[in-house]
Write a protein that binds this ligand. Structure first.
Ligand code: NAP
Length: 337
């Protein structure tokens, strides 16, 4: 089968299209013929230097998100049959419940091979049914970016109708957060570097738009937009250069979901406002199989389609990654297998 993998040593130069033997499902496993994959920001980082302290070995099949069809099943598989359309789950080790060391241990395209292969063999619990209203490309967007936004706002965030949410940027996680926040009845402020992207976010339901290039002190501005009170929830994907502004925007007792570090991963900010404001900083790393199932149910009920920015052919994965690095995208970048 064809694969797209990092070979030899960590370097973007070492991303190669290659072949491996076709895998066969063992007991409790299914073989999925992959039809689509989707990129996440960390797919830019992993080929260059691996991913933090996580256990990784080369060669490594790339990307963590995808969709495909069950083509054969091993003995003792009970929940799936040939022909079922499924998404491999980003966390292969987290069925449900709170995160712990074991549940956070195995992710696709990092500790174990990812979705850029003609076939994947996974435990039946390592995949989940793809929502039927989505095509394969759309369904491939769900497992990482979708589940992250869902866990931030719903599972951990326990969002209520009428709450105010601030969402940073118009990337994959952020646009899922916009869509989920709107069906949950929230008032959404979204930031972007581009007025054109802000207009598209407005068409998707955003209530207030802020160009963070034109308004560098956007934290204060967002607080003023909320009658001086501050927002209930911030979907924080910026990190180092955005956290101080996010802290200005959030209300006392509000939540900042700490999701990404697009502008850097170290902080040098006064802790006073967090303490005196009773602000909760909630770290989020994707979510569980149960989070995926709850999210997929809500997406089906509300006919939510992910925002797909552009689709590339399998062999053009490096071009897709370059497109992501350019920042020109609005939502998800996908691969057609
Ligand atoms: N913790 C988790 O579970 C998890 C899961 C997925 C992703 N992440 C992380 O979350 C971040 C976003 O991931 P993604 O896949 O959604 O990325 P993405 O699709 O590439 O989105 C990036 C977008 O963020 C905005 N942005 C970039 N730099 C910014 C800055 N300094 N301040 C404000 N906005 C900025 C830009 O929006 P505009 O073009 O509109 O300005 C950019 O298009 C990454 O750090 C990623 O590693 C974490």
């Amino acid at each position: 089968m064809r694969v797209f993998q990092v070979e030899g040593s960590w370097s973007p130069e070492n991303m190669r299209m290659s072949t491996r033997p076709d895998p066969k499902p063992g007991p409790g496993q299914v073989r999925v013929r992959m039809s689509a994959s989707a990129l996440n920001y960390r797919d830019l980082i992993i080929p260059a230097r691996g991913y933090g302290t996580r256990q990784q070995t080369l060669p490594l099949v790339m990307l963590s998100d995808g969709c495909g069809v069950v083509e054969s099943v091993g003995e003792k598989v009970t929940s799936l049959k040939v022909g079922d359309r499924v998404c491999p789950l980003m966390f292969q080790s987290w069925p449900c419940g709170h995160p712990d060391r074991q549940r956070l241990s195995l992710t696709l395209g990092c500790e174990i091979d990812g979705t850029m292969a003609d076939f994947m063999v996974l435990p039946e619990e390592g995949v989940a049914p793809a929502p039927s209203h989505l095509n394969d490309i759309e369904a491939a967007c769900l497992p990482t970016a979708g589940v992250t936004a869902w866990r931030a706002l719903v599972t951990e965030g326990r969002m209520q109708p009428g709450e105010r949410v601030l969402i940073l940027g118009t990337g994959g996680v952020s646009l899922f957060a916009l869509q989920f926040a709107k069906v949950l009845g929230a008032h959404v402020t979204i930031t972007s570097s581009s007025d054109e992207k802000l207009a598209r976010a407005k068409a998707m339901g955003a209530d207030e738009l802020v160009n963070y290039r034109k308004i560098p002190e956007w934290g204060k501005y967002v607080r003023e937009l909320s009658e001086g009170e501050g927002v209930d929830h911030v979907v924080e994907v910026g990190g180092e250069n955005t956290m101080a502004q996010s802290l200005r925007a959030v209300r006392p007792g509000g939540v900042i979901s700490v999701i990404g570090v697009l502008s850097g991963g170290a902080l040098n900010i006064p802790l006073g406002p967090i303490v005196t404001g009773h602000v909760r900083l909630q770290g989020i790393t994707v979510g569980s199989r149960c989070d995926f199932l709850a999210m997929a149910r809500a997406m089906s009920r509300h006919t939510i389609h992910p925002a797909v920015s552009r689709v590339f052919e399998f062999a053009r994965l490096p071009s897709a990654l370059e497109f992501m690095a350019s920042g020109a995208h609005f939502g998800k970048i996908c691969i057609k297998h």
